[in-house]
Design a protein around this ligand. Structure first.
Ligand code: ZN
Length: 447
């Protein structure tokens, strides 16, 4: 009999609900984060099963926790990571205390119920269950709870990557956010997202310079006017669209869920985008558009501090987002060519990070897809490129194949509540989810 056969799923489910309830009661709103309190809570639970952990603070109160369930080393480690911090919750708009851990009508409410303390507790409980059952493992399972994901990971994953790279180096895979099984009105079934890549922020600054002067006597080539014309050219310019194979697969599979009339052209996106009518309709959806091109959002503008002064300098910051396969230097050159003004400098605000992707054909990806199918047999598994970013890119930078995954089947009550009001998760999702997560780890790491 396999050691896993001794696992009592009902008891594990109840314990998972209880532990998440307690975890949600710890206020880790970032800022300030206070992740150390959360990390100590997790460390205490692990120690009850004899699992040692290490608390590393990047700054006072900004705790990160690392624990390892050792395998025999036949295969390289799997990192299971979640972020302890949560975003601000405005109590006025909640029907319960966002840090009360309240259960109502089969749902556990609280900031972090979806993003992402729930996943963190599935990981923790699955690892505790394997330890209790003394399951022999072929690879280390490394639990990682990070600080500061919601504010850019400086005190969390990025700190660990730079100051404690040994925690990440050598791992083959990592699992974090986002992923889910869900449906939408009008769909013919369920989608199961596994995140494989994230668009990468590449902030760019445009600075125009010129002669200063009095606002009463303007001339055409002031710094502000040059900047406006440069931005106009940038926003008018069409960067070629690029359909990467994974985005092609995403839309062609998503198409099978859509009603007949809505999916025309989605099965071969690249070819369809050659049709001006399809292209216009497709790109009108900002999310779809972001998946097939490098985007440029003008977000910060600076001119004169005084209305009657023509300033010597005007600047704009662009929130540029790169797609996997984009070359940051080429993008910067392209912007310079489009701007085409020697008196407008174009520069990267931060050193470029090359966007990365973890392919949807690794053995782990296939096991995640199987896990989704066990939860919802009719689900169509979609390789998702996330337009924002999480901690995952930090792990990919270390050569780790990083995926976002959660074995939750979301209904209307849970969907779209990430960072929203009355964030909650069903107890059914927690109970079935912890079993799915544990079985998935058995398949991936069991001998
Ligand atoms: Zn998150």
């Amino acid at each position: 009999m396999s050691p896993a056969a001794s696992l009592d799923w009902a008891a594990l489910g109840d314990e998972t609900v209880q532990v998440l309830q307690d975890y949600l009661r710890i206020d880790t709103t970032n800022p300030p984060g206070n992740e150390t309190v959360g990390a100590r809570f997790l460390a205490d639970l692990l120690s009850r099963d004899g699992i040692q952990s290490r608390l590393i603070e990047s700054a006072p109160g900004r705790g990160n926790l690392i624990a390892r369930l050792p395998g025999d080393g036949t295969e390289r480690p799997l990192l299971l990571h979640h972020h302890i911090d949560v975003v601000y919750a405005d109590r006025r708009y909640w029907s319960v205390d966002p840090f009360g851990g309240e259960i109502r009508d089969g749902f556990l409410y609280g900031r972090g119920a979806l993003d992402m303390k729930s996943v963190g507790i599935l990981q923790l409980m699955a690892v505790r269950a394997l330890k209790r059952a003394e399951v022999p493992l072929k690879r280390d399972l490394v639990l990682l709870a990070t600080a500061d994901e919601e504010a850019g990971s400086v005190y969390g994953a990025r700190f660990l990557s730079e100051q404690h790279p040994e925690v990440i180096d050598g791992a083959e895979y990592s699992l974090g956010e986002f992923g889910a099984i869900y449906t939408r009105p009008g769909w013919r079934g369920y989608a199961g997202d596994i995140s494989i890549s994230e668009k990468t922020g590449f902030p760019i600054r445009l600075t125009a310079r010129g002669t200063p002067g009095h606002g009463s006597m303007p001339w055409p080539d002031t710094a502000v006017n040059r900047l406006i014309r440069a931005l106009g050219r940038l926003l008018q310019a069409e960067r070629p669209l690029r359909v990467i194979p994974e985005v092609h697969a995403y839309f062609s599979r998503l198409a099978t869920l859509l009603p007949e009339g809505e999916r025309t052209g989605w099965d071969d996106l690249e070819a369809s985008l050659g049709d001006p009518q399809f292209r216009q309709k497709f790109l009108a959806d900002p999310h779809h558009a972001a998946l097939v091109r490098t985007t440029f959002a003008v977000t910060v503008l600076r001119g004169s501090d005084k209305r009657n002064v023509i300033p010597p300098e005007a600047a704009a910051e662009i929130d540029c987002r790169l797609l996997a396969g984009d070359d940051p230097d080429e993008v910067l050159d392209w912007v310079r060519r489009v701007v085409a003004d020697a008196q407008v400098t174009v520069e990267a605000i931060q050193p470029a990070k090359v966007p990365t992707l973890s392919p949807p054909d690794t053995p782990l990806y296939k096991m995640l897809a199987e896990t989704i199918h066990r939860r919802e047999p009719r689900a169509v598994v979609l390789p998702l490129v996330v337009t924002g970013f999480t901690d995952n890119w930090v792990f990919r930078r270390h050569g780790v194949q990083a995926y976002g995954f959660a074995p939750f089947v979301f209904g209307e009550a849970e969907l779209y509540r990430v960072h929203g009001n009355d964030e909650r998760i069903s107890l059914e999702n927690l109970r079935a989810g912890v079993r799915s997560y544990t079985e998935m780890l058995l398949a991936v790491a069991g001998v």
